[in-house]
Design a protein around this ligand. Sequence first.
Ligand code: 5GP
Ligand code: MG
Length: 460
Amino acid sequence: MCGIVAVSGAPAAAQQVFLGLYSLQHRGQEAAGIVAVDRDGSARVHKAAGLVSEAFNAEDIARLPGDTAIGHIRYSTAGGGGLQNAQPILVRYAEGELALAHNGNLTNAQDLRTRLVEEGALFQSSIDSEVIVHLIARSRRAGVEAQIDDALSQLEGAYSLLITVGDTLYAARDPFGFRPLVLGRLGEATVVASEPCALDIINATYVRDIEPGEVLRIRGGTVETLRPLPPVGAPRPCVFELVYFARPDSHLWGQSVDRARRAFGRRLAVEQPADADLVISVPDSANSAALGYAEASGLAFELGLIRNHYVGRTFIEPSQAGRDFKVRMKYNTVREVLDGRRVVVVDDSLVRGTTSRGLVSMLREAGAQEIHFRLASPPVRFPCFYGIDLPTREELIAAGMSTEEIRDFLQVDSLGYLSLEGMLECVAASGTFCHACFSGEYTAPLVDLERGYPAHVGCG
Ligand code: 5GP
Ligand code: MG
């Protein structure tokens, strides 16, 4: 997963984009980058590894003048490291300097890339997003907008996109609308961001969601909708954004993320009750769901696990520090809450099971007498090809084990998941969702997979 932000028509736009990225840090921690375009249409870029606060200092921002800027934060997906895969991508092409920032994963990037390479295209990175740049640059159509339209119409899969050509900004969402993208106003300026929390931090006001299949042209304060992309049927935004990815203070698709998670937790309490003394959350991602569980079950919500927010990178090798080192780096237990108690532990999702197993052993050491593990989403059985970093089927614990086998692996007294029907009923009012990771019902065609290409590096 990744996060993107754009500002058009504000002096020192890069500074606003920097703040926007700061509030989207949860969407990616591997690298951050900004491209700013000045009045003459010249673009400058700064990209670096790490958190937004590590990647930029005041001088870096000062070296990015201009009223238009786009930014990106990158999530670490398999094999995707290295600064050459950081975004925005900046190139010089026939119509001016072009910058691009992408959130989502294309499902036919390898197929398109093979064709482009055969035609002589030279790629500088291994990310799917670079394919889009080549498709625009190589389009035979006349004019930037026709070229963008030509490129986007060849893509399959997930993309929320920001593109600048000169100081004109384009924003687009794929026809399924897998990833979020919202439009905001900041005085006379226009802001586009993955989540509304990026608007809040710079005091911009939320205007509306960019629609699935919508392409916008933005120059300063003026926003125009270009020809929409051909529809694919009903939009299918990603339900896992509501489960895990988005920030609870964001609203996505007319839905409060906090309210959706609380509803998941309440429903989970009804479907999977537990005879226990208290409820704790695996912070932070499960906080809202655990509150919902406590509310519906009547059990007290307690803070039994404390998360260290300053983990960052470490020079200590896991082998030096013993098993479950990564989990111990991130979480501590509160013995006073746990000792001798029967505890419901609510987490938002179970992926590999490794973090949870480590947590369970820590909770036991802190004296928890019984552990009733509850997941505020169904078993994750299928990999995501649309941008969520859910690993191959072999690595997904629920793909190969029954619930009883997982209970045994985690060494918990009971294990219960929210049902798919239950989860979807909680969010039904805001439309139909993609839930391929739970159901295996893939929405956009998996072109690369079907043609036998190995897993590729997505922008996430
Ligand atoms: P597990 O026990 O399966 O190893 O880890 C479960 C934890 O991973 C949960 O707390 C959940 O919030 C978190 N999680 C779910 N999806 C993702 C993801 O895409 N990336 C990361 N880093 N964590 C995830
Ligand atoms: Mg979590």
